[in-house]
Design a protein around this ligand. Structure first.
Ligand SMILES: Cc1ncc(COP(=O)(O)O)c(C=O)c1O
Length: 395
């Protein structure tokens, strides 16, 4: 079917809650995708950060194929080898934590919110950050520090308050006897690639310890490996009580996890929380394969090495007209423009490179963790040229 036919099928049958680019992706391999017309693109925002190992990594595909012949899913009142093995793989990279599996970042955050309240009851207040993003379910939008995501859905879940990222005094000012947790992304992703300062996270850790509050890190984007460590908290040397992870943890399968240290995790007793699909055998097999592949390919080494190289490249771009600021944390890159970025995204796409734009003006890349330097260089060249054209027009 040609693109016009596919577009009509969507118009007739799919709820239009996404604004979609005029591109139907048919196939992917590594950092490349191909559309239904056979055109190839370099994907610098693969699957909204899900394809951490690139598209269709052979080890992940092989594990899925093998597992699909054996078992897809069983109820969580039985054991499966796959779930235990994937949990062990995660915990080996986040020592001292235990894992609860679910299916999406928002769902992992729902679990974190519930666990923070359950483990600190009767306290219920949660301090989150302005400009944060935690997902689209009711709990997650209640924790998201951007009122536009709550518009039309009020009343949201009570008990959330918003502090300013990297301003410890603003957090302290909101703490009261009802506060059970502080929740944040170590690097705000959707908010425009805004990293937390180490001293801020250290201060939050101390504050949470003093007040018996849970520190929750939403690592849906920052883990695994995206900040040059298996989990983002390791980059900061600040260990939270609860971590949420999703996106790239299972090599492209819809998997998510909430990790908690035992003294908090042990409150999640049978009957308190559950998910039918959580810990799905196919996703766990894929996840274990993805974790093995990330170690074997030393993607952390790649993120660190190319990160340093990226800084040089980005410093050159930062001086170009029309650019307000360039921000990088590991393999999270944000280029803030002085004008709307939608035209740059379209121009890049026309020239075979896929990037994202958040908040209207921040061009965003979450490259695959194993991307080759030549691919990154090609992508940045196209991006820089597109920014140049847009900047000329904006003048
Ligand atoms: C930091 C963060 N948390 C939560 C979510 C929500 O994840 P999901 O869309 O899988 O529910 C996202 C999605 O982009 C995210 O970036």
């Amino acid at each position: 079917m040609n693109f016009t036919g596919i577009e009509k099928r969507f118009a007739d049958n799919v709820i239009a809650n996404y604004s979609r680019h005029p591109l139907c992706v048919a196939r992917g391999a590594g950092s490349r995708v191909w559309d239904t017309e056979g055109r190839s693109y370099l994907d610098l925002f693969p699957g909204w950060g899900v394809a951490g190992l690139g598209h269709c990594h052979p080890a992940v595909v092989g594990a899925i194929r093998e597992q699909a012949e054996k078992l897809l899913h069983v109820a969580n009142h039985y054991y499966t080898e796959e779930q235990g093995a994937f949990a062990e793989a995660i915990v080996s990279r986040a020592p001292g934590f235990k894992v609860y599996f679910c299916n999406s970042g928002a769902e992992a955050n729902e679990g974190a919110i519930k666990l923070a309240r359950l483990s600190r009851q009767p306290k219920y207040g949660i301090i989150a950050m302005e400009h944060s993003f935690h997902g689209r379910t009711m709990g997650a939008i209640s924790a998201t520090g951007q009122p536009e995501y709550r518009r039309g859905f009020t009343p949201t879940v009570p008990g959330f308050a918003f502090a300013t990222m990297n301003d410890l005094a603003s957090v302290k000012a909101l703490v009261d006897d009802e506060t059970c947790a502080v929740m944040l992304e170590p690097v705000q992703g959707e908010g425009g690639v805004i990293p937390a300062a180490r001293a801020f996270l250290e201060g939050l850790r101390r504050l949470c310890d003093e007040r018996g509050m849970a520190l929750i890190f939403d690592e849906v984007q920052t883990a695994p490996c995206r900040l040059g460590e298996w989990f983002g908290y390791q980059r900061y040397g600040v260990t939270p009580d609860i971590i949420t992870a999703a996106k790239a943890i299972a090599g492209g399968m819809p998997m998510a996890a909430m990790l908690a240290r035992p003294e908090t995790a042990d409150f999640l007793k049978p009957g308190t929380h559950a998910s039918t699909f959580g810990g799905h055998s196919l996703g766990c097999a894929a996840g274990a394969a993805a974790f093995r592949a990330m170690a074997e390919e030393d993607v952390i080494g790649n993120v660190r090495a190319l990160g340093a190289w990226l800084d040089e490249k980005l410093a050159a771009i930062a001086g170009r007209p029309g650019i307000k600021e360039v921000r990088r944390a590991g393999f999270m890159v944000g280029i803030e423009l002085e004008f709307p970025g939608a035209g740059v995204v379209a121009d890049c796409r026309d020239n075979g490179v896929l990037v994202n734009c958040t908040h209207g003006t921040v061009l965003r890349m979450l490259p695959a963790l194993n991307i080759a330097r030549a691919d990154l260089e090609e992508g940045l060249g196209v991006l820089e040229a597109a920014i140049g054209r847009a900047a000329n027009q904006a003048q």
